[in-house]
Design a binder for this molecule. Structure first.
Ligand SMILES: N[C@@H](CCC(=O)N[C@@H](CS)C(=O)NCC(=O)O)C(=O)O
Length: 326
């Protein structure tokens, strides 16, 4: 694992020395938006008009951030309009690779590259930053539109509606303040919270992350005792942003990231809710358990130096969810 500096690859794990053992996530570098008419979005430049067949997603099926974009692609009827390549689950000294040596690892369908970093240097030969998934690529302008999943899902939520006729809205005006409020806490304490706990290299950094993580899960379980979804009666972006962390939790974060005060199956409301989300049409096809079990345990040798991939418990995500009466 490493990063690009002025277009050159440097191998190296996250530096937590200067931050008291705390993992600090860097911000994504490409922040343009696809819009219905190509007008500029909230950040970046214009010129990325919604068109069938023009855009491509690079994902890892292991990654919860990339997983969000696949969920929105499915829910919004974009599977036939936006193509996808999936990297190999092992992220070692070369970072993400296009090796096909694992079921579901597709290779690079656009350029035949060996390494994901080549997608970044294709967009900008002098690029600096981490080589992360997801990447939303524009085949027409031959560049990266965005590598920020929170923004890619917003584009998918509305930019293609006039082409697909799919007007499902996971970020409706009336609920935006509530969704934003939930997202902020879920991001810092749950989505990123599991990483803060797992990548901590000091006891105090781990302690700082673990308490808020489980306080927030208790809070979510409480919300789900009162309403079917976290922001009320309607399923929203806030639910899908939670989903990709929850689905990995008992298989990976509980053990590998030491998030082991409770499991998701121990939460009466979250557990049924997780099954309900998994069973929404098109969603389970985006879940690749073997990729995330392999990726985390095999790639993070600072946490698991012998790279033993554990068996992990059997979890029946297909069991009836019982959420209909809430
Ligand atoms: N801000 C990004 C974060 C994406 C991210 O951190 N992806 C991880 C995989 S789960 C990655 O590719 N990490 C590689 C690295 O940090 O070198 C997003 O949400 O899109």
């Amino acid at each position: 694992m490493g990063y690009l500096q002025d277009g050159t690859w440097n191998d190296g794990w996250y530096d937590t020395k200067s931050s008291g053992g705390r993992f600090e996530r860097t911000t994504a570098g490409f922040r343009n938006w696809i819009t219905p008419d190509g007008a500029a979005g909230p950040s970046g430049v214009g010129g990325f008009e919604a068109e069938a067949g023009r855009y491509h997603l690079y994902v890892s099926h292991a990654c919860p951030w990339a997983h969000r974009t696949l969920v929105f692609r499915a829910l919004k009827g974009l599977n036939g309009l936006i193509s996808v390549s999936a990297v190999h689950p092992d992220m070692l000294s070369d970072g993400w690779t296009f090796s096909r040596d694992f079921e579901g690892a597709t290779g690079d369908d656009l350029f035949g590259f060996d390494y994901l970093r080549e997608v970044y240097t294709k967009a900008d030969p002098e690029v600096s930053g981490r080589v992360t998934v997801p990447i939303l690529w524009d085949k027409k302008r031959n560049t990266i539109v965005s590598n920020e999943s929170a923004e890619i899902i917003r584009m998918f939520n509305s930019a293609f509606d006039h082409i697909t006729g799919n007007t499902l809205d996971f970020y409706p005006d009336a609920l935006r303040p509530r969704i934003d409020e939930i997202n902020a806490r879920v991001y810092s304490t749950i989505n990123n919270g599991v990483y803060l706990a797992g990548f901590a290299t000091s006891q105090s950094a781990y302690n700082e992350a673990i308490a808020p993580l489980f306080e927030s899960l208790d809070w979510i379980d409480g919300l789900l005792g009162q309403s079917r979804y976290v922001a009320g009666d309607h399923i929203t972006e806030a639910d899908w942003r939670l989903f990709t962390t929850l689905i990995r939790f008992d298989k990976v974060y509980h053990g590998h990231f030491k998030c082991n005060l409770k499991r998701i199956v121990d939460y009466p409301n979250i557990w049924g809710y997780l099954r309900e989300l998994y069973q929404v049409e098109g969603v389970k096809e985006t879940v690749h358990i073997e990729h995330f079990v392999r990726h985390y345990h095999y790639s993070h040798d600072t946490i698991n130096p012998n790279r033993i991939v554990p068996i992990t418990p059997h979890i029946d995500f297909d069991a009836p969810h019982g959420r209909g009466n809430i």
